[in-house]
Design a protein. Structure first.
Length: 49
């Protein structure tokens, strides 16, 4: 693996890690991934059953 490949791989890994971190952070804050409010959500993604 040459240095350029390693750099590209590292950048992709950082981008994926940041995306996952944001999804986890938004989930903990109660934000849905659909972009609309959860008050009228029919998906039951936030309901604990």
């Amino acid at each position: 693996m040459n240095p350029l490949d390693a750099l590209i791989l590292a950048l992709v890994a950082v981008a994926v890690a940041l995306a996952v971190w944001k999804l986890v952070r938004d989930k903990k804050r109660g934000k849905g991934t659909c972009g609309c409010g959860c008050a009228n959500c029919t998906m039951k993604c936030d309901k604990r059953e």
